[in-house]
Design a protein around this ligand. Sequence first.
Ligand code: UTP
Length: 473
Amino acid sequence: MDDSLRVTLQKHGQEHLFKFFPEMNSRQHEKIHTQLREINWRELETLISTYVLNTPENVIPPEISPAPYFPAVPKNEEQKEKYRIALKRGSELLRKGKVAALTVAGGQGTRLGYDGPKGTFAITPVKNKTLFQYFAEKIIRTGKKYGCPLHWFIMTGKTNDSHTREFFRKNSFFGIHPSFVHFFTQGTMPSIGMDGKLLLESKESLSLSPNGHGGTLLALKLSGSVAQMRKVGIEYLSYFQVDNPLVSVADPLFIGLHFLEKSEMSSRMLAKTDPFEKLGNFCISGGRLNIIEYSDMPKDLAEMTEADGRLRFIAGSPAIHVISVDFVEKLTEGGSLNLPWHRAEKKVPCIDADGNQITPVKPNAIKLETFIFDALPFAGKTMILEAKREDEFSPVKNPDGVDSAVSCVRMLVDKDVRRLEKAGISVPKKENGTPDCVVELSPLTFLDDEDVVAYAADKGINDPERGEKVYYA
Ligand code: UTP
């Protein structure tokens, strides 16, 4: 072993990591050496003492008030006019190729319990398209609609990167020109045992996990993606998560308002359905926009209501943003970015001191992550636009129940039914009002309501039959 590395490990109380070195071959040495050399030991030691050996007190920003937002439907004539101009501006930016789609797909998807990158999970109700294919088709149609193909940046994690790339290659990039799909990989953080010692996944490898979606910003910079964006004139990023197929991949109104408001980072908000819904809460503190995690929001604030009975902190975050490339550059200047860390207790499979495999039954480790929304307070100007939940948000977090594959499929059908009905198509319903058929609209033809209405008027769309499964392409 390299002597300087041995000294470093000893200095930081991590000498257990070289216990298996004598029995390793050179390939194995190289693997763990590379991982150990990439660690900023001084920073890690501070993090271990702050977040692992101690549990930091939950400090919420002082004097918080609810964040203002633009409503989904404009409230008055002045706002209507603003939305009209914003829509025009957003469309122009799309036409000029100033906007790229940005999908974060580096997570581990542990709750879903699916073996493979989450984007390869089949989600659509009739054709069983994967999340990646569904987004790809929306991106293709967006490009066609605005007469300018959209670039698509996809963040992967170290463990799912090659599988993700292979999936795209095998599927011929779903019809997007490969030069318009850009993968970049986020950083990792070691999993840390409750005693402050780093865990080994095997004798030759640390247990590493992705460093949270906050890692997107630095990864964009360090991977050269920002430089690439500059080269082709991209100025705005339409950010969404890989597990939310309902989302508009590039909403012209949202992009246009971001532009008009001179915002550096903008967010969509949803009206929370109850005080403790698992969404981050948009708040203003010291004139800056913050998101307070649902788990950190004090009960009395979460439950506070206005005179009309509505929740005072009504605005929840569905993790949909527009981010200016200038802002990414500003934040990551000098190749570093300090977002706050969040700790989570997790069950992390590892090996013990004798090299035996352990599958923990209770949390044995702390994982540290940063969150993208913690960049909001750094933005000089922000903007929030309300979203209609049923149109924009149905995350696939769990196999069933709340926020699951099952609830998402239902919402996809409901959304397509609403679109068909807006175009005058009659959809059979059950007694309880839910559709008595399964429909799926291909995003390649039907990106938005406008597309469905135009198609119905021009070519006609057949009414679905009771009990039928219909794919409209
Ligand atoms: P989640 O926080 O829901 O995590 O990610 P997850 O990994 O998908 O699922 P669980 O918590 O293990 O069950 C929200 C979005 O952020 C991305 C995910 O891929 C998902 O699109 N993400 C999360 C990253 O890209 N990197 C990360 O380090 C964490």
